[in-house]
Every structure is written in structure tokens, then in C-alpha cells.
Design a protein around this ligand. Structure first.
Ligand code: FAD
Length: 286
């Protein structure tokens, strides 16, 4: 199938993109990497009258330090997350997750902003910005604002973005020397969307976990923080009994939906397995 006919506008500024969207209303869509949008157009799952190309807007590009955060422009492509030195140094959890996103051809075009705005519950980056306690920078006709990742992902493919608003960047607190990260996912084949995935960032003294944020994906309508498991871990050494207690606490954090692909109980089991592996790596200082 082919997409229905649409008009195309290459926006040069955020203002131009926002104005064009406001004028077209429901009939407009922003397009970034196009790796999620274009397949839905081709399948005629949506048929906007206007595509607003945001990939030539300089304000949406670039990675740089801003105070205690790393500002990562919305147009940063998945492949750049794998290679940009500042991301490797200050946001290594994003770096760890990036190779698991789809395949090289998709990573060459897909963007961080597109992934966050789409909010696919099985996607890696929404969960990682949640684990990182990042803030999403948003531009709208009434001005710019920032929303914490904890408040951004509202429901299935639903975010705090109002219609016509743009994700302009993601702000990630700078990674510190005494922090540790771990990421992994379980998928049927490398590059497939995960059956269950998880990433975490912990602050540790010599023996104890001081702070930890754990986020799962592909286990519900939105990326989910494992707050009960986090509470079990904080203030304690990562021995086998503590890890087992955190795995048990996942019963209170996750209630994966039944699906034809994987039963809810199996997904919860896989989440426990993954949590155990990742906490083991945190314990080893990996
Ligand atoms: P687009 O497709 O251009 O846009 C997606 C949506 O977001 C559209 O509604 C668009 O209007 C909106 N949008 C885009 N940018 C912005 C912005 N800055 N502000 C507001 N709205 C915006 N993703 C994964 O995470 N993990 C995977 O394993 C994975 N596997 C894939 C496998 C295949 C075969 C394909 C085709 C895609 C896969 N993806 C996967 C999706 C891919 O990562 C997408 O690139 C990404 O989800 C969306 O980024 P994009 O820049 O391509 O967005």
C-alpha cells in the first residue's frame, strides 16, 4: 500500500513548525526520523494532510552540558547516541540501551525526540529517560516548559505533550563517578522489540546502595519504575538475599497485561530474571 497524498513543509525554526501545526490542527503531523510514522502512513493507519519536517531545525540538534545536566537535542539520532562522546561520558545508560533499538538502518534515522514523543511502551529510550530522572523540554505556542519523565508518560502512546507541541530536547542529570548503570533486555531475536527490558542507575558507597532508579519497558502501557524494588534495595548491600527480596517486590510494581505472545506470569518471571542479572552487574561494579 502507499500513503494517501499529503502536503509537505520543511520547517526551518521551531516557531515555523509550531505555527504550521496550529494552522493545520488535527490534519498535521511532525516528522523526524520517520521510522515509526512512515510505516503507519504506508499502511494508511493515519492520513494527515500535512507533514511538517522538523529535521532542518538547528535548535533541535546538538548535545551539550548545561549546568548539572546534559542537554540532548530532540533530533539526536539513535546511532549518534552510540557514538557521541558526551553521551558516553555523562549519559552512559542511554549509550548502553542504544544498540538494542531495532537495527542499524533504523538507528541511522530514528531520533531520540521521536522515540520519546511516540512513547511506545516497548521502546528502550522512554524507559531510560525515566530511570535517569530526566526532564523533557517542550515547545508550544504558549512558550517552553520542562516536564519530568516521571510525569511525561501518561498512558498507551499518550504523553504530557499537548496537540501541536514539540519535544525540543531531553535533559539528563550528569553521570557521576560513584554511580553505576546496567541495562539489558530479553527479546526473541536481537533487534526485535523486547519481551521485557530494564535499565537502572545506582549511587553506591563502598558496600551499600544509596540511591537507585529502576525502569522497565514492555511490561505495561507505559514505562514503569520499580519503586517497591528500589525501596527494598536502598541502604543495603547487594547480597543474594537482598536481590531475591527486590525480585519478590516486583509483584507490587508490575502487572504485565496478558497477550497472545507472552502470558502475564511469564513476563513477570522474565522481569525478575532480568532484575537479578542487572543487580548482579551493579554489585560487581559493571
Ligand atoms: P517519527 O517516525 O518521525 O515520528 C514518530 C511520532 O513522533 C510521530 O507521531 C511524530 O509526529 C512524532 N514526533 C517525532 N519527533 C517529534 C518531536 N520532536 N516532538 C513531537 N513529536 C514528534 N524503537 C525502539 O525503541 N525499539 C525497537 O526495538 C524498535 N524497533 C523498530 C523496528 C522497526 C522495523 C521499525 C520500523 C522501527 C522500530 N523502532 C524501535 C522505532 C524507531 O526507534 C523510531 O525511530 C522511533 O520510535 C521514532 O523516532 P523517529 O524519529 O523515527 O520518529
Amino acid at each position: 500500500m502507499k500513503a494517501r497524498a499529503f502536503s509537505y513543509l520543511r520547517a526551518r525554526t521551531v516557531e515555523e513548525a509550531l505555527t504550521a501545526h496550529a494552522e493545520a490542527g488535527d490534519d498535521a503531523r511532525f516528522i523526524a526520523g520517520g521510522q515509526s510514522l512512515v510505516p503507519t502512513l504506508s499502511l494508511r493507519l493515519q492520513a494527515p494532510k500535512l507533514l511538517i519536517d522538523i529535521t532542518h531545525i538547528p535548535e533541535l540538534r546538538g548535545v551539550g552540558r548545561e549546568g548539572e545536566t546534559l542537554r540532548i537535542g530532540a533530533l539526536t539520532r539513535h546511532c549518534e547516541i552510540m557514538t557521541e562522546p558526551l553521551i558516553g561520558e555523562f549519559a552512559p545508560l542511554l549509550r548502553a540501551a542504544a544498540p538494542f533499538v531495532a537495527h542499524p538502518a533504523i538507528r541511522n534515522r530514528g531520533t531520540l525526540g521521536g522515540s520519546i514523543a511516540l512513547a511506545d511502551p516497548a521502546a528502550e529510550f522512554p524507559a531510560m529517560v525515566l530511570a535517569l530522572n530526566a526532564e523533557i523540554e517542550i515547545a508550544g505556542r504558549s512558550g517552553a516548559r520542562r516536564v519530568k519523565a516521571d510525569d511525561f508518560f501518561v498512558d498507551l502512546f499518550e504523553t504530557a505533550l499537548a496537540p501541536g507541541e514539540l519535544v525540543t530536547a531531553v535533559h539528563v542529570p550528569l553521570f557521576k563517578d560513584h554511580q553505576r548503570i546496567a541495562f539489558d533486555e530479553l527479546a526473541r531475536r536481537r533487534g526485535d522489540y523486547a519481551l521485557v527490558g530494564c535499565g537502572m542507575i545506582a549511587t553506591c558507597d563502598k558496600v551499600r546502595i544509596e540511591t537507585i532508579r529502576i525502569a522497565f519497558f514492555a511490561v505495561g502501557n507505559v514505562p514503569i519504575r520499580a519503586k517497591h524494588a528500589e525501596a527494598v534495595l536502598i541502604g543495603h548491600a547487594l547480597d543474594a538475599a537482598r536481590i531475591a527480596a527486590a525480585q519478590a517486590a516486583l509483584d507490587h510494581d508490575l502487572a504485565p497485561p496478558e497477550s497472545d505472545e507472552v502470558a502475564s506470569a511469564m513476563r513477570l518471571h522474565l522481569a525478575r530474571v532480568l532484575l537479578g542479572r542487572l543487580l548482579g552487574r551493579i554489585g560487581e561494579g559493571a
